[in-house]
Design a protein. Structure first.
Ligand code: AHM
Ligand code: MG
Length: 335
């Protein structure tokens, strides 16, 4: 039973028995994410005040500049999850390889692995636009008490037991699912407590917003070009509105509330698009499906893709169900 104004802590305890495997371990894990989110929120909020904005001078595994706040968020999430000894492994968009946490020790019975994008949309930090943290949780597939392996992380999205995001926006929210719908909690910064503000979040079946980086139009596949033209046509409820923040969590969050579609397609310069299957697309796809929306690579369900590598990229079409299906129709036509 959820009720507005419930704290996230109360909600986790009350809904613990709904979890598929209710040993309390997953609840502790969500609690740890809540804690790390508050710490990162504190740092992100003061970003304009102290000299921590700007590139850290390092390049991550995808060859992109890391911002200092990316580095900080990565450290905070990893530290919080490691110190509390509640997971056996972590993979992060900012780390080359996965991290094993005492998984070979037979006294550690931890079953879960976490995959995170610690600070998504970090190119927006310098201009004070909302950024987010995305997380995805699986049960390991190898036996407890043995070292975690790549196999534990390369699971299809449909195996997720929980996923969510934190949006550091005009207000900070934690939105997550454990496979029983999607609930959103807003942080009261004065007392540092998250309250249930958005129970049972759902994408409207259709919407009027399309979110895509149209600057890349020339490089898009014909199906995506045709869909964009369809969105712009003066017909029925169209033209739609174009809204693109360039911060997946923020674009997704708005579209879930208002109705819309987010697209990051493949292109002639990026054959698999930009977004990472494990850290970005799978968790957002789980949330979308739990909120009556849909997530596709243009042709099939994101969560059915069998991952082959940790930092794999895939094209991403996500949002209101009827809009994603319409975009898929255009993709099919130009196969
Ligand atoms: P990041 O993980 O390096 O921040 O990249 C992911 C972000 C998404 O949040 C956003 O939707 C997209 O990249 C924007 O990319 P582009 O600037 O190419 O449109
Ligand atoms: Mg990212």
């Amino acid at each position: 039973m959820s009720r507005k104004n419930q704290t996230l802590g109360e909600f986790i305890i009350e809904n613990q028995t709904e979890f598929k495997y209710s040993s309390g371990e997953l609840s502790k894990l969500i609690n740890a994410i809540r804690l790390a989110a508050k710490v990162v929120n504190h740092e992100v909020n003061k970003a304009g005040l102290v000299d921590i904005i700007g590139a850290a001078g390092e390049t991550n595994v995808q060859g992109e500049d890391q911002q200092k706040l990316d580095v900080m968020a990565n450290e905070k999430f990893i530290q919080t999850l490691t110190k509390r000894e509640i997971v056996c492994g972590i993979a992060s968009e900012e780390e080359d390889d996965f991290i094993s946490i005492n998984s070979q020790d037979e006294n550690h019975q931890n079953k879960y692995v976490v995959l995170i994008d610690p600070l998504d949309g970090s190119s927006n930090i310098d201009v004070n636009v909302s950024v987010g943290t995305i997380f995805s949780i699986y049960r390991r597939v190898t036996p407890v008490g043995t070292p975690v392996t790549l196999q534990d992380f390369l699971q299809p999205g449909r195996n997720q037991v929980a996923a969510g995001y934190v949006i550091y926006g005009t207000s900070t929210m934690l939105v997550y699912t454990t496979g029983h719908g999607v609930n959103g909690f807003t942080l009261n910064p004065a007392i540092g407590t998250f309250y249930l503000s958005h129970p049972n979040m759902e994408f409207p079946e259709t919407g009027k917003i399309y979110s895509i980086n149209e600057g890349n139009y020339i490089h898009f596949p014909q199906g995506v070009k045709d869909y964009i033209k369809y969105c712009q046509m003066e017909e029925q409820d169209r033209p739609y509105t174009s809204r693109y923040i360039g911060s997946l969590v923020s674009d997704f969050h708005r579209n879930m509330i208002k109705g819309g579609i987010y697209i990051y397609p493949k292109s002639s310069v990026a054959s698999d698009g930009k977004l990472r299957l494990l850290y970005e697309c799978n968790p957002m796809a789980f949330l979308a499906e739990q909120a009556n929306g849909k997530a596709s690579d243009g042709f099939g369900r994101i969560m059915d893709i069998e991952p082959t590598e940790l930092h794999q990229r895939v094209p991403f079409f996500c949002g209101s169900r009827l809009m994603v299906e319409k975009a898929e129709e255009f993709m099919q036509k130009t196969l």
